[in-house]
Ligand binder design. Structure first.
Ligand code: SAM
Length: 249
């Protein structure tokens, strides 16, 4: 009887471990992509809300700032920008290490990986960086190295469609930029909270799609940060970024 109950669970867990292992190998065995990222980005430090974190990003000094976009060999490089939502989230975690210390943390839509890095620097026990763009998780690993951290676990599957794991904390930096993505996220985050009691933190600079979404009424403000002048210039019309906690009740 017990075998009947437990075998499928063990099998499912084993599959999950194998899948994670394969993805981790995949992230770390892409020397050409790593070289491409290194050659086509610049190390940036001190021009964000988290000057203590260095990141490889697009700047006017990089070839593809002016190069013809059709020569870019990968999907759109969201990971080459440190988005204001992620900046606020990372700042909040660094200012409040107790939020992530000892926790199992998922950075969903990690992009350059700054929020995951901030969680790790703040003492999170286990941090998984997830992005459906495989180049983003490689950029995240490069940025981990840059900040003196061991590589993080990275996953490229679309987790929003899957059964949620028991994360203590889920981080979402600037993920409410598209209405249908926001709807899926809302539903999935609700399940994560109801099933596992997960804490959910969202960083957003007040984008229209976020402000008008139904999840907004269920959020509680944790902190608001004035953006540095350089970030304001790069993100025309945005002046601050806020961290929200999602509590459905
Ligand atoms: C606007 S960027 C934000 C990146 C980072 N969180 C930050 O704040 O700097 C959104 C990121 O979400 C990723 N993304 C989009 N849909 C996703 C999904 N369903 N699951 C995981 N990542 C996703 C994109 O590839 C992109 O890297």
């Amino acid at each position: 009887m017990a075998g009947g109950l437990f075998t499928p669970l063990l099998f499912r867990d084993a599959l999950r471990v194998i899948r994670l292992f394969c993805r981790r190998l995949h992230c770390e065995s892409q020397p050409d992509t790593k070289r491409f990222i290194t050659e086509n980005t610049e190390i940036v430090q001190g021009r964000s809300l988290t000057p203590e974190i260095s990141l490889r990003l697009f700047t006017p000094k990089c070839r593809f700032w002016t190069e013809r976009p059709e020569l870019w060999p990968f999907p759109e490089p969201f990971w080459a920008i440190y988005w204001p939502g992620g900046q606020a989230l990372a700042r909040y975690l660094l200012n409040n290490p107790a939020v992530s210390k000892g926790k199992r943390v998922l950075d969903l839509g990690c992009g350059c990986g700054a929020s995951a890095i901030a969680a790790r620097l703040s003492g999170a026990e286990d941090v998984v960086a997830n992005d459906i763009d495989p180049v983003a998780v490689i950029a995240t690993q490069i940025n981990c190295e840059l900040n003196g951290l061991e590589p993080l676990s990275c996953v490229t599957e679309n987790m929003i469609c899957s059964e949620p794991d028991n994360w203590d904390l889920i981080l979402l930096g600037d993920m409410f930029y598209d209405e249908s993505l926001a709807d899926c996220l809302h539903k999935w985050l609700h399940t994560c909270i109801k099933v596992h009691g997960t804490q959910v933190l969202i960083g957003d600079p007040g984008r229209a799609q976020f402000e008008s979404h139904s999840i907004k009424k269920l959020l509680h403000k944790q902190a608001r940060f004035e953006l540095p002048d350089s970030v304001k210039e790069e993100n025309y019309g945005l002046t601050s970024s806020t961290v929200w906690s999602y509590r459905p009740d």
